[in-house]
Design a protein around this ligand. Structure first.
Ligand code: ATP
Length: 244
């Protein structure tokens, strides 16, 4: 397996202690190559959000190892001092709700992150526009988020997740509010972006419409993962079949 992507070994996470102890992750093994999109599926309470939060450095694991390429992120403790910079530069998040900033227009919603990372305003905006165009929402660049459809808002949220070209994208139910055509279109875009920008993408989902698109799926149950080959169908072919 590619050693440049995400490598998770024996990852554990416990919440609480004593009588209230919860073993949320019990030794997760996972590898995702750069340029690859994998699905993460499992029943409610199986540990999906906990795993994404550990990977996103939002919460601290209890044991195990997480690596990004050759860089060890966590090995029994955090190995990176500046976790905010790690989240800002290396990880893009896409959520079920787009969480756009309501008082900024579409361009600035996307350009804000590179600006925060120290990029000049005009270069940040240029990058935002390029991505918005690639995601087919360039024509809405001057609109406010409330003026967009749900599918357009989600594409803007994807542009925001990609704008700093992070090696990792973590998506938590990104298609849940979308109908089948739009859900498949969003997955098509994430697949294209993974290839184009060499991004490792993990998609947590319950969405039956998109599960056939994954080439590899990690099932998580009771805090442990097992890997399975998926059908790897092309989202665009599925859109056509759906229309027929
Ligand atoms: N902050 C917390 N404190 C204590 N226990 C927690 C906390 N967050 C999650 N848990 C527990 O950890 C286990 C895994 O939860 P997690 O949210 O990761 O599951 P999930 O697979 O994302 O579920 P869902 O699909 O319902 O969102 C559950 O038993 C949950 O109750």
């Amino acid at each position: 397996m590619h050693t440049r992507g995400i490598i998770i070994e024996g990852l554990k996470k416990q919440y609480g202690s004593g009588d209230t102890l919860v073993d949320a992750l019990k030794g997760v093994e996972m590898q995702v190559a750069l340029g690859e999109v994998v699905g993460l599926v499992g029943p409610s309470g199986s540990g999906k959000s906990t795993l994404l939060k550990c990977l996103g450095a939002v919460i601290e694991p209890s044991a195990g190892r997480m690596k990004l390429g050759e860089t060890i992120i966590y090995d029994g403790k955090w190995k990176i001092k500046d976790l905010r910079a790690l989240r800002r530069d290396k990880i893009g998040f896409v959520f079920q709700a787009p969480y756009l900033i309501p008082f900024l227009d579409v361009i600035d919603n996307v350009a804000l992150l590179p600006m925060l990372a120290g990029e000049g305003n005009s270069i940040a905006r240029k990058r935002a526009v390029e991505l918005l165009e690639a995601l087919d929402v360039g024509h809405r660049a001057k609109a406010m988020p409330s003026q967009l459809s749900g599918g357009e808002q989600q594409r803007v949220a994807i542009a925001r997740a990609l704008v700093n070209h992070p090696p990792v994208i973590l998506a938590d139910e990104p298609t849940a509010p979308l109908d089948s055509q739009r859900a498949l279109a969003v997955i098509g875009i994430l697949n294209d972006m993974a290839r184009q920008y060499e991004t490792a993408i993990i998609i947590v989902t319950h969405d039956e419409k998109i599960i056939p698109t994954f080439k590899r799926i990690y099932h998580i149950r009771d805090g442990r993962t097992h890997e399975e080959a998926g059908e790897g169908k092309s989202p665009r072919e599925l859109i056509k079949t759906d229309k027929a």
